[in-house]
Design a protein around this ligand. Sequence first.
Ligand code: S3P
Length: 434
Amino acid sequence: MLKKKFFAKGGHVISGEVVMPGDKSISHRAVMCGALAKGVSRIANCLMGDDVKATIQAFKSMGVEFEFDSQFSFLIKGRGCHLEHPRRTINLQNSGTSIRLITGILAGLNLSARLDGDESLRRRPMERIATPLRKMGAIINLREEDFPPIDIISSKRLEAIEYTLPVASAQVKSAVIFASLFANGTSVVRELTRTRDHTERMLAQFGVDLRVEDKEIKIQGCRELRPVDLEIPGDLSSAAFFIVAAIIARSGGVKIKGVGLNPTRDGAITILKEMGAKIHIENKRVLGNEPVADILAFPSMLNGIVINKKLVASAIDEFPILFVAAACARGETKLTGAEELRHKESNRLVTMATNLRRLGISVELFKDGLTISGGDFKSGEIDAEGDHRVAMAFAVASLRAEGGITIDNAAEIDTSFPNFFDVAETLGLRLTWT
Ligand code: S3P
């Protein structure tokens, strides 16, 4: 049986030098683009979390072959546009990125399929991808008009689209971009707020001629992807847990090497620095088509701030751990413009507010954000509600809770960070499954 509850005993010192597993968003896209390329690509340092495994499994069920040469690197024999019809329902488990991007790909390739997921994925909104894909001519049915299972019904070649995204979502943007690759004509996708641009960068590496100008992306249809060899940077979203651990620890410091620092993803670093965190970035370089660097973080006195709404999209996955930092800061931290957090693996505004309150931190919750008053953590038990990032955030919070924190419903840590326990223990956190 999957262990799901653990005890985090905290500690005072966080120190050491570590590397993070491959970036989750980039790993998904590498598998997808490799599967769609004509020929053999090699992907190194791929994240082997459950989410990316679900993406790999999906393409295997469509006839794509993978040949592993180590635990994290493999050859992928792309089939160009010629994926096989999946015979069974494709189960994308917990992974929003997989289900939304693969829907775009299958609609574009005109393949019929049913895509489904676990209880959490079945609660996540899919209308946001169905709307633009239907405008392109796809036939897509959703449960209760918004939720998985998603049925894609093969019809005719899609037509190009001009589409302005109503929500700031890289998954919606990417679903439309992937569908546009196989459509008639040139599509134009516009964003009101820039979201992570890994799809655009990755497709450029695979030889697709995308035109990106500020918040507008032009995609010519009927393109072919050519295979490439690529190495995936370390995941900044995973690094964020240990950056905050070092910041709220009493002593020590961490160095995290080779972390992706894409400017559409680094909002958490800006927010933490504004709160007074001692973070240094060194050894900046480029890996493939993505900026990477080494990140150093040290114990710091944090102050509450009003988080700039413009940073929400570029820090979207880091709010659980940023809320822990806010709880350790002097004064209030206020976040607004973040209603999207209600649509993640759990309703992260509610899950985080409820659990912080359980540990004695006062939180005022509103529709699109919250205010956290910095204070002292009590020890106690929280319910991560199957949300990996909530579970990891409270493991880190245990550094400030004398007596420790018990974290229930935490098995999903494996979706994004299967070696979280090993890295945490190397740096000085004390975690045990109960
Ligand atoms: C992701 C985009 C974001 C993010 C998710 C990964 C991606 O979701 O929260 O973890 O890889 O494109 P949204 O597009 O729903 O904001």
